[in-house]
Write a protein that binds this ligand. Structure first.
Ligand SMILES: [Ca+2]
Length: 131
């Protein structure tokens, strides 16, 4: 397999944090970067906690049954750099579809009804919100 460890986390500079939320540095990376769309590697689905591709950042092209406490219910912007649709789900283990993101789709501010709601995602499997 190309990747086993699928969600990579990047610590953020203190200046990038909002609301003064306490945040434990993970020890990965240099800790000085402020997340931006330029951080999104080719062939990955990238997610950010804040609008405009800022804030907490993670990416993966593999199924994520739970994005973890770091990103859970925080996703506000994303960029799908994979060649696949990516389906977003409100609950873990791909339960309760929000919607599917087309290949190449880049959204800086998710619609309010889907904002801060993503808990799991996976490639393909086109789905849509059914309320
Ligand atoms: Ca958010």
């Amino acid at each position: 397999m190309r990747k086993k460890m699928t969600v990579r986390l990047r610590p953020l500079a203190a200046a990038a944090l909002t609301l003064g939320a306490a945040f434990a540095m993970t020890g990965l990376g240099g800790g000085a970067a402020v997340a931006a769309d330029t951080d999104c590697p080719a062939q990955e689905f990238c997610l950010w906690a804040d609008p405009g591709f800022t804030g907490r950042f993670a990416y993966s092209s593999e199924p994520q049954a739970n994005v973890g406490d770091y990103m859970n219910d925080r996703m506000t912007s994303y960029w799908n750099r994979t060649d696949n649709w990516i389906s977003l789900y409100m609950d873990d283990n791909f339960e309760v579809c929000l919607y599917s993101v087309a290949p190449g789709d880049k959204v800086s501010d998710m619609p309010s009804w889907a904002n801060d709601a993503t808990t799991s995602f996976r490639p393909g499997r086109f789905c849509r919100w059914t309320g």
